[in-house]
Design a protein around this ligand. Structure first.
Ligand SMILES: [Zn+2]
Ligand SMILES: [Zn+2]
Length: 248
């Protein structure tokens, strides 16, 4: 198979995230991503993957590649984006995260957490406190992701932000934390971030939108050169293996 370029926004929320706009239904996410020129998106709601399969289904009907993931909040209150190629790996991972996430959501205070099907029907509401932090240190989250049968990708989210980033919370990235990449948010120019955060020199870097509304999907993206839109291929691109590339 030949290599080709994929415009990818790996950081997209859906209406399952309490802080997200309710318009972020599976069909709307897919249609906004395509409208904004994306070939591939990563779905990563806070501490849950309950809308991933619906977005994947809606994506496959319309020619958009969707990677399944989650934005996990560690006990240090750092956000990590975790993706899997295999849906069973993702569902196993979700089970593990749920075991370490306490509390019930209050929809009035934090927002509704809508579970939708691929036709935008409401199939239920998640009542877990998705906006909360898990009791898991970042290292335990990474270890669990690495224990999956298939490929997994772990990215430290928005490292240029003070709130909820590993650098913001700890001031540095522990050497023992085996990350595949660091994400620079849409608020900071990639070149500026590299100057401001010396850790960016030690890891591959990517960018994503952290979209909570349809219009924001693809406002920041990474261009990958890949054979296919998979986690395994993106991992190759981040380390520049076999002609694969990641540019942002
Ligand atoms: Zn975040
Ligand atoms: Zn996010």
């Amino acid at each position: 198979m030949a290599l080709r370029r994929f415009k990818a926004d790996l950081h997209v929320h859906t209406c399952l995230s309490p802080c997200s706009c309710l318009d972020m239904s599976p069909r709307e996410v897919v249609s906004a991503a395509l409208q904004n020129g994306m070939d591939l998106i990563g779905v990563c709601d806070h501490n849950s993957a309950e809308n991933v399969l619906a977005v994947k289904k809606a994506g496959s009907r319309n020619g958009l590649i969707v990677l399944g993931g989650m934005e996990v909040t560690s006990s240090e209150e750092a956000h990590l984006l975790v993706f899997f190629d295999d849906d069973d790996d993702l569902l196993e991972f979700q089970k593990f995260i749920y075991q370490h996430l306490a509390g019930k959501n209050d929809g009035h205070s934090f927002g509704l957490q809508v579970i939708a099907d691929d036709e935008d029907g409401v199939s239920g509401f998640c009542d877990r406190l998705l906006i909360g932090a898990t009791s898991l240190p970042a290292e335990a989250i990474v270890a669990q992701a690495r224990a999956a049968k298939g490929a997994s990708l772990v990215v430290a989210a928005h490292v240029d932000r003070e709130a909820f980033s590993i650098i913001g919370q700890l001031g540095f990235i522990p050497e023992s934390l085996v990350l595949d990449a660091l994400e620079i948010s849409a608020n900071t120019d990639v070149a500026d971030a590299k100057k401001r955060f010396p850790d960016c020199a030690n890891y591959p870097v990517l960018t994503g939108s952290d979209a909570h509304t349809p219009g924001d999907i693809g406002r920041r993206y990474t261009c990958f050169t890949l054979e296919d839109g998979t986690v395994a291929e993106i991992k190759k691109a981040l380390t520049g293996r076999d002609g694969r590339k990641a540019e942002c």
